[in-house]
Design a protein around this ligand. Structure first.
Ligand SMILES: [Zn+2]
Length: 474
């Protein structure tokens, strides 16, 4: 996400940009249908856990392997209708599939493994009776037909651009969904927590002259239906929906990576040059981080912020290229390697912020970059900790404030100074390449970073993430 504020007095103006599935052994399903689903969607296996900050969203009792979303957006009526087909694995014995689903939406019909069921929709929770007891590991097909006018929800933050999370509708009927740390449930039934990554096939039907954009790879258009596939596991906060009168522009990234940019004709003049810098930005990132983690990339110019939606970043009109560098960095840090729970948001933002600074300062010498970092540290770090809490356990009602961007980025610079450039960058590259498409946490990063560099970094990392004031002497 992008935080549209600047710290005064910096030599280099910095825009704050915000913004495991440890692949367990495949379960032993009990029915042939379950076995088929589990096998086809095995890459969507996760180990969901209740989020300690926002436990009211999502449930560790299920693991959604795959979402098939067949959606129609009617801008004139501001109406969404669709069918969601979910491959759901029970992670515990249960007779109910509990999903997050926005109260303003109406369920028209539901089935589990083809049998009609009658879900209970209370508030933003949908309880779907399985019609039988599901043993742990059983995978079922849950189909929900629904319609309605989605409404955004209040975000747990003071940032102006996250006051409204989820599906947002413009006066002209355009729509865009941005939903970190939650809010996917405002437009589809979902296990809305970061630890349950899943595969997606999304089809969006729009009126002629409109386009429907989602995360994943654009697979083409049939009639007025736009098809998107996420063959890599995707957390629900990284799924997007954008409908507008976009024009599609194709590009090619490093090693032939297919790129698409989606921009309204009236926004082309303000954004085309920076969009077309994407191949250079990705090539610059690949020098540090290794190959891009997904089979395609792109950007849609929409919304009121900037967000690292997977394989298709969502960026408001008129933002500079270092914002794009930030969101593209997230494709490695956050999208491919995802924090299991929200207290580890620093695993996303600290790294994206650090690479944004490196990108902005790529023409500075090492010494000048150190001066820049020192200025930011002394001016901002203490204030951010005081106001928003330590970055490793930030105030949960102030999600994605400056403390989870700046302070962990300073920490990375401290690690770099301690171990040297060669070990530091080798460690970062190893982290994203060896943990691609998984969920991770502080303990796994600390262990990996220490092992990779040969230096025990636990004292530094813990002090830097947990201190109420700027740590001294580390
Ligand atoms: Zn970010």
């Amino acid at each position: 996400m992008i935080l549209k504020c600047r710290l005064a007095g910096l030599a280099l103006a910095v825009t704050l940009v915000a913004c495991s599935s440890s692949h367990p052994a495949a379960p032993k399903p009990e029915l042939s249908l379950s076995a088929d689903l589990a096998r086809v969607y095995a890459a969507g296996l996760s180990k969901p856990v209740a989020d300690p900050y926002y436990p009211e969203h999502g449930s560790p009792t299920i693991d959604v392997l795959h979402y098939g979303l067949d959606l129609t957006w009617a801008p004139d009526h501001k109406a969404l209708s669709g069918t969601a087909t979910l491959a759901v694995r029970a992670t515990t014995g249960t007779d109910t599939v509990r999903l997050d689903f926005g109260a303003p939406l109406s369920v028209d019909a539901a089935t589990v493994d083809g049998r009609t069921v009658h879900p209970e929709h209370q508030g933003d929770v949908l309880r779907v009776p399985a019609g039988r007891r599901l043993a742990r590991g059983t995978t079922v097909a849950v189909v929900i037909k629904y319609h309605g006018t989605p409404q955004s929800v209040k975000g747990p933050a003071e940032r102006p651009d996250t006051q409204h999370l989820g599906f947002q509708i413009g006066q002209d009927g355009s729509a865009v969904a941005l939903q970190e740390p939650f809010g996917a449930f405002t437009w589809y039934p979902v296990n809305d927590q970061p630890s349950d990554k899943a595969l997606y096939d999304v089809a969006i039907t729009v009126p002629q002259g409109w386009s429907g954009v989602s995360s994943g790879t654009f697979e083409g258009k049939t009639g007025e239906t736009y098809h998107w596939k996420s063959a890599a596991p995707t957390a629900s906060y990284l799924v997007t929906f954008a409908a507008d009168r976009f024009e599609m522009i194709k590009g090619t990234g490093p090693n032939g990576l297919p790129l698409t940019y989606w921009v309204r004709p009236k926004d082309k003049a303000a954004n085309l040059a920076v969009l077309q810098r994407t191949p250079q930005i990705l090539a610059w990132l690949e020098q540090y981080l290794g190959p891009f983690p997904f089979p395609s990339a792109g950007a849609v110019i929409a919304g009121n912020s900037g967000m690292e939606t997977q394989q298709m970043i969502t960026v408001m009109t008129g933002l500079p290229d270092h914002v794009f560098a930030h969101e593209y960095t997230h494709q490695w840090f956050g999208d491919s390697v995802t924090p299991t729970t929200w207290p580890d948001l620093w695993l996303n933002e600290g790294f994206a912020e650090y690479f944004e600074w490196l990108y902005e300062a790529r023409n500075l010498t090492g010494a000048a970059f150190d001066v820049f970092i020192d200025q930011v540290t002394t001016q901002a770090d203490g204030q951010l900790r005081k106001r928003y809490g330590p970055p490793g356990h930030f105030n949960k009602n102030m999600f994605a404030s400056g403390n989870v961007y700046y302070s962990p980025a300073f920490m990375l610079h401290k690690i770099r100074k301690k171990v040297g450039d060669a070990k530091f960058f080798a460690m970062l590259r190893g982290w994203v390449q060896q943990h691609a498409r998984t969920s991770q946490d502080r303990a796994s990063f600390t262990a990996f970073a220490s092992r990779s560099t040969g230096v025990d970094l636990k004292p530094l990392i813990d002090r830097w993430l947990d201190s109420a004031t700027t740590p001294k002497g580390v």
